[in-house]
Design a protein around this ligand. Structure first.
Ligand code: PRP
Length: 215
């Protein structure tokens, strides 16, 4: 039987993704990544456990039929994928942050600033719309270190609980946009495997609607 291949993000979205697929009745049991195995299989599915940032690539190129990715990752990747369902998980905000003393600089309409981020495209286009030239310093993690070490006055990053900013003495200076996780689908699979995929969409939507009623 032709299995549906799903790319699941390792990291902060993993457990909530598994919960949705399990509670929707798609997964017969909660998959546990106990080992370093990166491909897990059930009767009907093959699950690829990939880095969150890589999910859109696997789906766009059709290696996976579906995947789960946050708006932050999707905006940055610009992958051409279909996005039928907002899963309502991984809610966070994409923001500009910095040390409290940098707020004045930000509000003084600077023509050019230096920004550290793991979201270079999002940052660049946000500041371009404001007419601010940016020198982007791309980092891959612990972005909050940049203003503390004088690497840049500003960072563009996601804020979920706000704890990382707070514990490092940083504040939100501007809001870019909210972000939440989406179910994404390969455009060709959407046509060729429509029956199976539509049944998955219905199960997930039914579960999400039930969740909303309970809340
Ligand atoms: C993300 C983000 C912030 C933090 C925000 O990093 O880049 O650093 O989470 O979350 P909070 O508002 O709940 O504190 P992540 O945990 O993905 O690790 P990283 O620094 O290695 O990218």
């Amino acid at each position: 039987m032709d299995k549906i291949v799903a790319a699941f993000p390792k990291g902060r979205l993993f457990e909530q993704t598994i919960d949705i697929f399990f509670n929707s009745g798609i997964l017969p049991e909660k998959i546990q990544p106990q080992s370093r195995k990166l491909i897990l299989e059930t009767d009907k599915f093959k699950f690829l456990l990939v880095r969150a940032k890589d999910v859109p690539t696997y789906v766009e190129y059709g290696v996976a039929d579906i995947g789960v990715a946050g708006d932050d990752v999707l905006l940055e990747s610009e992958a051409d994928v279909y996005r039928p369902i907002d899963l309502g998980i991984g809610a966070c905000n994409i923001v500009v942050a910095g040390l409290p003393e940098s707020k004045k600089l930000y509000e003084s309409n600077p023509t050019s600033i230096r920004v550290s981020t793991k979201y270079p495209k999002i940052a660049k286009s946000f500041f371009m719309e404001k007419g601010i030239e940016t020198q982007i310093i791309e980092l891959y993690g612990s972005i909050e270190l940049a203003p503390l070490l004088g690497l840049s006055d500003f960072i563009v990053d996601i804020v979920e609980t706000g704890r990382t900013l707070k514990e490092n003495g940083l504040i939100v200076i501007d809001h870019i946009r909210p972000s939440s996780a989406k179910l994404i689908v390969n455009r060709a699979s959407y046509k060729t495997k429509s029956k199976k995929l539509n049944s998955i969409f219905t199960k997930i939507e039914n579960f999400l609607n039930k969740k909303i009623e309970v809340v």
